[in-house]
Design a binder for this molecule. Structure first.
Ligand SMILES: Cc1ncc(COP(=O)(O)O)c(C=O)c1O
Length: 390
């Protein structure tokens, strides 16, 4: 049996949807992107949604729109995809890494306040793997210290915190449609916000700084007149091919999310008695979207002193599964320990020990809507028979 870590779900309706822009000839950002944005905003309960080329570019312009400037500091979790920190570096600002909790893989909010100084301008919580960050504590702290909140909701489609969809808590929220996410447009991103001025600025920033999009220009008289260009912008426009795919994928979103939750539930049941794996167990105020099902490998209490041995043991488990056709991955990485950041800031594992341990001990299991019960039982059976002390 061959079971990948993840698989996109595209059907005949998706294939049909992308033919429309090919046939009508409007392939750059246009009506399909506008429809996708509206559907996305409605789903998330946000007033506005602005599509981009990726979550990385979404984070970049969301940080600019929040007023982040060169020399500012932004608090980011130390366990996240490198793009969270990179988006801050692009501006010449400094990502300040805050350690995470090994229970949630999200920001350890008790450590945030100690990292705030007069340069700190924003906090960038990540809803990692679809588990919401502790937004109440984060918003309280942001208010107390006049910080902007930009949510990295790359994995957060279908994630709720106290009944509210993520991405609508802070100044803005940034989503990803990379194929590893709950649904995909190939590459692609979206920013949600409840502030109209921010939405307008984001639309300008993603489109070379222009005051009107090409599509808007073509809808009106004097369409031959170019827009005004008063701010430094970027070309971060989503194509209408992707917009059409997004509209079509969103029609199946509820089903795809419910499949993810069913599969996660089956892992919870099948693996709950395995004491060397810590399973994701979100609290009642959180609705986990299971963009990924990520456990912690812990045949003993994780600690930095023995971490490299444990890392080797975790990798032996992953190799055991791979040899039997089952793909797994580490949850994500700890950017502070990647070459660019080590060289620039010299952060040591003991500065953010949980992030370092999460990188070395996390284990993502296969999860995608088409995963059958038989395939999943095969994965569960292999883990049940495994001896982590070997
Ligand atoms: C937490 C997080 N932030 C940002 C990104 C970047 O998203 P994209 O690939 O759409 O640029 C990812 C992608 O995996 C992510 O997991």
């Amino acid at each position: 049996m061959k079971i990948p870590i993840s698989k996109t779900y595209f059907d005949a309706a998706d294939e049909e949807a992308i033919l429309a822009p090919l046939r009508n000839g409007w392939v750059v950002q246009g009506p399909q992107v506008a429809e996708f944005e509206q559907a996305f905003a409605d789903f998330c309960g946000a007033k506005f949604a602005v599509a981009t080329t990726s979550c990385t570019t979404a984070l970049h312009i969301a940080a600019i729109a929040a007023g982040i400037q060169p020399g500012d500091e932004v608090l980011v979790p130390a366990f996240t995809w490198v793009a969270t920190a990179n988006a801050i570096e692009y501006i010449g600002a400094k990502p300040v890494f805050c350690d995470i909790s090994l229970d949630t893989f999200n920001l350890d909010v008790s450590r945030l306040e100690g990292l705030i100084n007069e340069k700190t301008k924003a906090v960038l919580p990540v809803h990692l793997f679809g588990w919401p960050a502790e937004m109440n504590a984060i918003l309280d702290l942001a208010q107390k210290h006049s910080l902007q909140v930009i949510e990295d909701a790359a994995c957060g489609f279908g994630t709720y915190y106290h009944g509210k969809h993520v991405g609508a808590f802070g100044h803005s929220g940034c989503f990803s449609f990379h194929p590893r996410k709950a649904f995909s447009t190939g590459e692609g991103g979206m920013i949600t916000t409840n502030d109209e001025k921010t939405a307008d600025l984001l639309r300008t920033l993603r489109d070379h700084g222009g005051s009107r999009s090409d599509f808007q220009r073509q809808q009106h008289q004097l369409s031959f007149l170019l827009s005004e260009y008063n701010v430094l912008g970027y070309n971060y426009r989503m194509t209408d091919l992707q917009g059409a795919l997004g509209v079509s994928q969103m029609k199946k979103a509820d089903w795809m999310l419910s499949r993810r939750r069913e599969i996660a539930q089956r892992y919870n049941e099948g693996l709950s008695h395995i004491d060397w794996l810590r399973l994701p167990q979100p609290p009642s105020e959180a609705v986990h979207a299971y963009q990924a099902y990520v456990c912690l490998f812990q045949p003993e209490k994780p600690g930095l002193s023995r971490i490299e041995n444990l890392f080797g043991a975790r990798n032996r488990l992953m190799a055991f599964l791979e040899e039997r056709g089952v793909s797994t991955r580490q949850g994500t990485h700890a950017p502070a320990h990647l070459g660019f950041y080590v060289e620039k800031y010299g952060i040591r594992p003991e500065d953010c020990p949980n992030a370092y341990m999460a990188e070395r001990l996390s284990l993502a299991l296969p999860l995608y809507p088409q995963l059958t019960e038989e395939e999943q039982q095969y994965v569960i059976g292999l883990i049940q028979e495994y001896n982590p002390k070997q």
